[in-house]
Write a protein that binds this ligand. Structure first.
Ligand SMILES: Nc1nc2c(ncn2[C@@H]2O[C@H](COP(=O)(O)OP(=O)(O)O)[C@@H](O)[C@H]2O)c(=O)[nH]1
Ligand SMILES: [Mg+2]
Length: 462
């Protein structure tokens, strides 16, 4: 998502940077290119128009032309505008009502409602420590209710017993009663979708909404459907009234137009982004961070947060300590590989690192995917503990055995050893530079290591 757009912006900015001083004509030309880039990303036309106009207004005249670093000023302006377009601030769920707080999930069939219901339940339970009940009103698709029940079990939420033949309105009432009786904090109502918006669907949703009186009506929309998603959101909002949007499939390679237009067209905030099929693949939507991700400035804040969730403080500190001493054996490498996989694989990490856009594209071209991580892991696991602690003892005959053990070639082992050596050297260099800067604090150290690995991988692993 956003890769093409990010690249276009990158090109526009590097052109500006080369110029040094900027004339109004330069800025005009850049604005034209911004406009084209946004249109190509499938952003709705009125949104593009307003974006470019207000950008121009700010850019024209003294502000940029006289600034010390004009290109930097333009970039900052574009970033702020993008963030504003995406909705200025993070929008938390509103749960401010006497429990149970009812959240109603609406959207077309296949948009990801049921999946998002499960994800939200997990989020509410783990992050906000809420007791959550799930109920499915989807009586039309066979096994839809079952699907939600399975997800509820998986994430450790309650689910309303399924009563065959019961209508959505009756299920809603029963769910409300159960949630109150069993003192749940939050009740999530998953509804049926249709392939297209139709009157019967809207009538049913209106009825359910009136009964349930939800504090949040969340529209689930598929970001890959671009402008369609925006139109659909608009009609849902007009007819039902929504309070927030969950954009799913943001892990896919859509052009990003839906994400960029949604807020402006519906006036409703994007609250979460679905980043995959798994239950933990849901992220609060941070406009500022996404804007800097689009502009290739990385999303270090999210990266650090994700690492903090995946790695225990003790582990991080132990790892940082070893790195500070310039130590980095195969066990350390193995730990980092595992962490990277847990954090959502190489692609997702790289897309959050500043300036990594280009390297990521190169890696994709070289067919470097997450299998690479798994293959490295298999090789390390095929070493003996002694070899892992001291890779320099791995002579030719041992390399053969390790390769055979992992079902790979000696060349693969050689590549791994070379990459490890480069990383170890880097750790030693960092030790010489002292414990300041990068190595300060446990997590900082770990991220430093990961960053180094990202940089070291393409060389050693190709
Ligand atoms: N890649 C990806 N797939 C998703 C995401 N959200 C949902 N899906 C998948 O989309 C399909 C339809 O989802 P479902 O929740 O059943 O849609 P519903 O008809 O709206 O309830 C399922 O295969 C989900 O696994 C997401 O954020 N990313
Ligand atoms: Mg469903």
């Amino acid at each position: 998502m956003f890769e093409n757009l990010g690249q276009k912006f990158g090109d526009i900015f590097s052109k500006l940077k080369r110029k040094g001083a900027l004339t109004e004509a330069d800025i005009d030309a850049a604005m034209r290119e911004v406009r084209i880039a946004l249109l190509e990303a499938d952003v709705a036309l009125p949104v593009v128009k307003e974006f470019v106009n207000s950008l121009k207004e700010k850019a024209v005249g003294t502000e940029i032309v006289k600034s010390i670093s004009p290109a930097q000023m333009v970039i900052k302006l574009v970033q702020d505008h993008l963030a504003e377009l995406l909705g200025s601030d993070t929008n938390e769920l509103n749960l401010a009502m006497t429990p149970p707080a009812v959240l109603l999930m609406v959207g077309l069939q296949g948009s990801g409602k049921t999946t998002s219901t499960g994800k939200l339940a997990l989020h509410l339970k783990n992050k906000l420590h809420k007791k959550v009940l799930l109920a499915s009103l989807d009586i039309y698709r066979p096994a839809a209710q079952m699907q939600l029940e399975i997800l509820a079990k998986q994430v450790g939420a309650g689910s309303l017993a399924i009563v065959e033949g019961e209508k959505p309105a009756a299920i809603t009432q029963r769910a409300l009663k159960a949630a109150k009786l069993e003192s749940y904090d939050v009740l999530l109502l998953d509804t049926a979708g249709r392939l297209h918006i139709d009157d019967a669907l809207m009538a049913e949703l209106k009825e359910v909404k009136a009964l349930a009186n939800p504090i949040e009506t969340l529209l689930v929309a598929d970001s890959l459907t671009g402008q369609d998603a925006v139109n659909i959101a608009q009609s849902f909002h007009e007819q039902i009234g929504v309070t927030g949007i969950i954009l799913t499939r943001m892990d896919g390679d859509g052009r990003g137009g839906a994400a960029l237009s949604m807020r402006h067209v519906t006036g409703q905030p994007i609250k979460f982004a679905g980043m995959g099929e798994k239950m933990d693949a849901l992220e609060p939507f941070h406009p500022q961070r996404i804007a800097s991700r689009i502009l290739g400035m990385g999303d270090v804040v999210s990266l650090v947060e994700r690492a903090a969730e995946m790695v225990s403080q003790d582990d991080a500190e132990a790892m940082a300590k070893r790195m500070q001493q310039g130590k980095f054996d195969m066990n350390d490498l193995l730990k980092q590989l595992k962490t990277m996989q847990k954090m959502g694989g190489m692609g997702s990490i790289m897309s959050m690192m500043p300036g990594m856009g280009k390297i990521k594209a190169q890696m994709e071209n070289a067919k470097m995917d997450d299998n690479v991580l798994k293959r490295q892991e298999a090789l390390i696991l095929s070493m003996t503990p002694k070899e892992r602690a001291n890779p320099s003892i791995i002579a030719a005959n041992r390399r053969k055995r390790i390769a055979a053990g992992a079902g790979m070639s000696v060349q693969d082992v050689n590549k791994l050893l070379k990459a490890h050596m480069e990383m170890e050297n880097m750790m030693k260099k960092m030790k010489k530079m002292g414990a300041g800067g990068l190595m300060k604090g446990g997590l900082g150290g770990l991220i430093g290591g990961l960053g180094g690995m990202g940089g070291g991988l393409p060389k050693g692993f190709k």
